[in-house]
Write a protein that binds this ligand. Structure first.
Ligand code: NAP
Length: 289
């Protein structure tokens, strides 16, 4: 098995590396020959950069694209850059994969949904993004799927792992603040990068191409998540709850975020099984780590 991981220094890229190096993966991956590439090695937004890499390396069985512009507010401020990384990037990878019958796993987001409807979204629900990030990611999904018939699009949400993320930010703030103000009317699924990596390695082995939802189980608000982080870490920091409108008034440059973007892992449950844990269990492992 030959594997290429792009965006390898991001949260998900690092989680995949840890799993494969520690053998915490399906047996099929145990003898994998993996190449790990971040922006310095492959700029996925450049077709020349992608083509040069593929031409100078042996054929891959699987490519997992973890590269993306994930700064939601940054995407709002520079849609061109967001589109290059999040839409043209997966298109370039899909085209390269199509030439060698390679499976592409492309990672996407709950922010492809508008969030106007309560409850959980399944893979059958129609996306309708409300931010530049969401629009660039939705375009990337379509280009990845149409560019290579062997494409899995795996949508996840509220990711935390090794790197910059909400959980780490809350822990950092708690070391200098006794109170933090957090939005409590946006609901989603906090998801461990390590758990997602494990599920992606299972999905990549199937030929059931198309869109998958993959998040830890259970729904909460950002404020609920912050409170759970402080409780698990045993830090005395109070969460002051605010609405999205109040947050936006204080941070006018912030992109709009969906109110209800929780995902149901419907396809996993109906096919290879949904092994994603409740979000609080995964968070406990992350904080206790
Ligand atoms: N983080 C979340 O909460 C979240 C939620 C839902 C979905 N997702 C999706 O999950 C996937 C993984 O997210 P993550 O949190 O692991 O991301 P991350 O930590 O931000 O890592 C992304 C990596 O991609 C690199 N990169 C950016 N532009 C690139 C380009 N043009 N070519 C090659 N590499 C590039 C980044 O490098 P630099 O750091 O140098 O820019 C970084 O190392 C992404 O597709 C993301 O959209 C994330």
């Amino acid at each position: 098995m030959r594997l290429l991981v792009t965006g390898s220094l991001g949260q998900l890229g690092r989680a995949l590396k840890a799993r494969l190096e520690q053998g915490r993966c399906p047996d099929e991956w145990l003898d994998v020959e993996a190449d790990w590439a971040d922006l310095a090695e492959i700029d996925i937004s450049s077709d020349a950069s992608v083509a040069a890499w593929f031409e100078s390396h042996e054929r891959y069985d699987v490519v997992i694209n973890c590269a993306a512009m994930t700064n939601v507010d940054g995407c709002e401020a520079d849609f061109g850059r967001a589109f290059d990384a999040n839409a043209l990037g997966p298109m370039n990878l899909a085209r390269a994969c199509a030439q060698t019958d390679t499976t592409l796993v492309h990672v996407s987001t709950d922010y492809v949904f508008s969030g106007t409807q309560e409850g959980e979204r399944t893979e059958a629900d129609a996306p309708c993004p409300i931010s530049a990030y969401g629009r660039s990611k939705l375009a990337g999904e379509g280009l990845a799927l149409s560019g290579n018939p062997r494409t899995h699009v795996v949508r996840t949400a509220w990711l935390y792992g090794e790197g910059k993320n909400f959980v780490a930010t809350m822990l950092r703030l708690a070391s200098t603040h006794s109170e933090v103000t957090v939005v409590d009317d946006q609901l989603g699924n906090p998801t461990s990068a390590d758990d997602l990596a494990g599920e992606i390695l299972r999905i990549a082995l199937t030929d059931a191409y198309g869109v998958w939802h993959c998040t830890n189980e259970g729904i909460c608000s950002w404020a609920d998540l912050a409170e759970e982080v402080f409780a698990l870490a045993g830090v005395a920091c109070t969460v002051k709850r605010c609405t999205s409108e109040q947050y936006k008034a204080a941070n006018p440059q912030a992109a709009d975020r969906p109110r209800f973007s929780a995902l149901a892992n419907a396809r996993l449950a109906a096919t290879i099984g949904n092994t994603m844990r409740p979000w609080k269990d995964a968070l406990r492992d992350y904080i206790g780590h």
